[in-house]
Design a protein around this ligand. Structure first.
Ligand SMILES: NC(=O)C1=CN([C@@H]2O[C@H](COP(=O)(O)OP(=O)(O)OC[C@H]3O[C@@H](n4cnc5c(N)ncnc54)[C@H](OP(=O)(O)O)[C@@H]3O)[C@@H](O)[C@H]2O)C=CC1
Ligand SMILES: O=C(O)[C@@H]1CCC=N1
Length: 278
């Protein structure tokens, strides 16, 4: 199903690109219906325009004014300036979709004006290959139709869970940041593979296919993670030796602490920003 709306991305960085890439490759939005604008980096806009054949706009007010859906895709620290700049051209006929970590819908609504519909989302960079694990929640002026539109858009870039806003920080710690934890682990495995005598190319291929296999297996089994790693582990074997080392260094507790800190940081991001005077 193609969505016939004009969509403007305010922010043209990694997350905007991942979503744009997903929407276009799945033909959910026509490239000419998408506009990207950023703060200053014209080279980046040129790259996005050439790669995805979308429109770009140096003037953020014009990019905002002409859109049906405005996707806020700047860093939390830039949110205040970004909204200050555009809020005068935003009307309640438009839909604001935020991908910004930590910022509550109430803060966006308060700064924009009371009856502007806002949907808060948390995708991840796997959007680029249509495999984001996204969650969305609605602000107080967003309708079922708004939620449905965003669900349809984000379904094109992966799976969508509709959650309560109070759960969004947890979603951010698990799924928004999630890909980075796996890439971090993959980096370590690649270093280990080279140290053990494989070439970079061999290690890369082996580690990549191993994680793809894990992902596909998880999609096709009802077994728990414990059952799955126990399946790999022979008594006295190689896996046991590896897992023993991870356990000795409190790997699982470390991961839990890492996710917990990401969740806490998401909450902090929402609390540390000034509210704009209307
Ligand atoms: N990266 C990720 O994995 C995920 C990120 N997010 C969220 O997405 C948002 C963007 O992150 P990410 O793409 O990684 O960040 P990037 O740094 O890659 O991109 C940020 C973009 O915002 C633009 N920008 C800065 N200030 C303004 C402004 N005032 N008006 C319009 N555009 C502005 C920048 O433009 P310029 O370069 O010209 O300064 C740049 O294009 C963040 O809020 C993050 O929390 C959510 C889920 C996952
Ligand atoms: O690191 C960040 O703050 C963003 C939010 C989720 C993923 N990246």
């Amino acid at each position: 199903m193609q969505i016939n709306k004009k969509i403007t991305f305010l922010g043209a960085g990694s997350m905007a690109e991942a979503i744009i890439g997903g929407l276009i490759s799945r033909d959910i939005v026509a490239p000419h219906s998408i506009t990207a604008a950023n703060l200053q980096d014209q080279k980046r806009l040129n790259y996005i325009k050439e790669t995805y054949k979308i429109k770009t706009q140096a003037n953020r007010l014009e990019a905002t004014d002409s859109a049906d859906i405005i996707i806020l895709a700047m860093k939390p620290k830039n949110f205040h300036d970004a909204i200050s700049h555009i809020k005068h051209v935003i009307s309640k006929d438009q839909l604001i979709v935020s991908v910004i970590a930590g910022i509550p819908t109430s803060q966006i609504e308060e700064t924009l004006g009371e009856d502007i519909p806002v949907i808060r989302t948390m995708p991840n960079t796997s959007a680029k290959v249509g495999e984001s694990a996204s969650a969305i929640c609605r602000g107080k002026h967003a309708t079922d139709a708004h939620l449905f539109t965003v669900e349809t858009l984000f379904n094109a870039i992966g799976t969508v869970s509709i959650v309560e806003e109070a759960q969004m920080d947890a979603v951010t710690g698990i799924a928004g940041s999630g890909p980075a934890y796996f890439y971090y682990m993959i980096e370590a495995m690649e270093k280990a593979g080279c140290e053990a005598g494989l070439s970079e190319e061999q290690t890369h291929e082996l580690v990549r296919q191993t994680i793809i296999g894990v992902g596909k297996r998880l999609q096709n089994t009802s077994k728990s993670p414990k059952e799955l790693y126990q399946e790999v582990m022979s008594p006295g074997g190689t896996t046991e030796a590896g897992i023993h080392t991870l356990a000795k260094h409190h790997f699982q507790e470390t991961v839990q602490e890492a996710v917990g800190n990401a969740v806490t940081r998401s909450k902090e991001l929402g609390q540390s920003l000034p509210t704009i005077q209307k």
